[in-house]
Design a protein around this ligand. Sequence first.
Ligand code: SF4
Ligand code: SF4
Length: 67
Amino acid sequence: MARIVIDAERCKGCLLCCAACPKEVIGPGKDINSKGYNPVIVVLPEACTGCALCAKMCPDVAIRVWR
Ligand code: SF4
Ligand code: SF4
Protein backbone atom coordinates (compact mmCIF):
# COMPACT_ATOMS: atom_id res chain seq x y z
CA MET A 1 0.00 0.00 0.00
CA ALA A 2 1.21 3.49 -0.86
CA ARG A 3 0.97 6.60 1.21
CA ILE A 4 2.04 10.21 1.10
CA VAL A 5 3.42 12.53 3.75
CA ILE A 6 2.72 16.25 3.45
CA ASP A 7 5.13 18.69 5.07
CA ALA A 8 2.62 21.21 6.45
CA GLU A 9 5.31 23.85 7.03
CA ARG A 10 6.45 23.79 3.39
CA CYS A 11 2.93 23.72 1.92
CA LYS A 12 1.50 27.00 0.59
CA GLY A 13 -2.00 25.63 0.03
CA CYS A 14 -1.89 26.25 -3.72
CA LEU A 15 -3.98 23.08 -4.33
CA LEU A 16 -1.97 22.07 -7.42
CA CYS A 17 -1.49 18.63 -5.90
CA CYS A 18 -5.24 18.22 -5.39
CA ALA A 19 -5.80 18.91 -9.07
CA ALA A 20 -3.01 16.51 -10.04
CA CYS A 21 -4.18 13.54 -7.99
CA PRO A 22 -6.38 11.21 -10.08
CA LYS A 23 -7.77 9.58 -6.93
CA GLU A 24 -8.76 12.71 -4.97
CA VAL A 25 -6.55 11.65 -2.08
CA ILE A 26 -5.59 15.22 -1.12
CA GLY A 27 -7.95 18.01 -0.09
CA PRO A 28 -7.92 21.49 1.43
CA GLY A 29 -7.04 21.67 5.12
CA LYS A 30 -8.36 23.96 7.84
CA ASP A 31 -5.20 24.43 9.92
CA ILE A 32 -2.88 27.40 9.39
CA ASN A 33 0.89 26.92 9.39
CA SER A 34 3.50 29.30 10.77
CA LYS A 35 3.65 31.17 7.45
CA GLY A 36 -0.09 31.80 7.41
CA TYR A 37 -0.97 29.25 4.71
CA ASN A 38 -3.61 26.51 4.80
CA PRO A 39 -1.73 23.24 4.17
CA VAL A 40 -3.54 20.49 2.33
CA ILE A 41 -4.39 17.22 4.06
CA VAL A 42 -4.87 13.58 3.12
CA VAL A 43 -8.61 12.99 2.91
CA LEU A 44 -8.74 9.55 1.24
CA PRO A 45 -5.57 7.68 2.25
CA GLU A 46 -6.77 4.24 1.15
CA ALA A 47 -7.14 5.42 -2.46
CA CYS A 48 -3.47 6.38 -2.93
CA THR A 49 -1.72 4.35 -5.64
CA GLY A 50 1.75 5.85 -5.12
CA CYS A 51 1.81 7.32 -8.62
CA ALA A 52 3.65 10.42 -7.29
CA LEU A 53 1.90 12.86 -9.61
CA CYS A 54 1.17 15.06 -6.59
CA ALA A 55 4.81 15.18 -5.53
CA LYS A 56 5.96 16.01 -9.06
CA MET A 57 3.41 18.82 -9.29
CA CYS A 58 4.25 20.45 -5.96
CA PRO A 59 6.41 23.56 -6.53
CA ASP A 60 7.53 23.52 -2.89
CA VAL A 61 8.58 19.85 -2.65
CA ALA A 62 6.21 19.40 0.25
CA ILE A 63 5.03 15.86 -0.55
CA ARG A 64 6.91 12.60 -0.12
CA VAL A 65 5.51 9.36 -1.50
CA TRP A 66 6.09 5.97 0.15
CA ARG A 67 5.35 2.72 -1.62
S1 SF4 B 1 0.74 9.45 -5.08
FE1 SF4 B 1 -0.77 9.58 -6.76
S2 SF4 B 1 -2.65 8.69 -5.90
FE2 SF4 B 1 -1.28 9.13 -4.17
S3 SF4 B 1 -1.91 11.18 -3.46
FE3 SF4 B 1 -0.24 11.46 -4.94
S4 SF4 B 1 -1.24 11.77 -6.94
FE4 SF4 B 1 -2.75 10.90 -5.53
S1 SF4 C 1 1.17 21.48 -4.48
FE1 SF4 C 1 2.54 21.51 -2.68
S2 SF4 C 1 2.39 23.60 -1.90
FE2 SF4 C 1 0.67 23.31 -3.28
S3 SF4 C 1 -1.01 22.63 -1.92
FE3 SF4 C 1 0.00 20.78 -2.69
S4 SF4 C 1 1.53 20.26 -1.11
FE4 SF4 C 1 0.92 22.38 -0.78
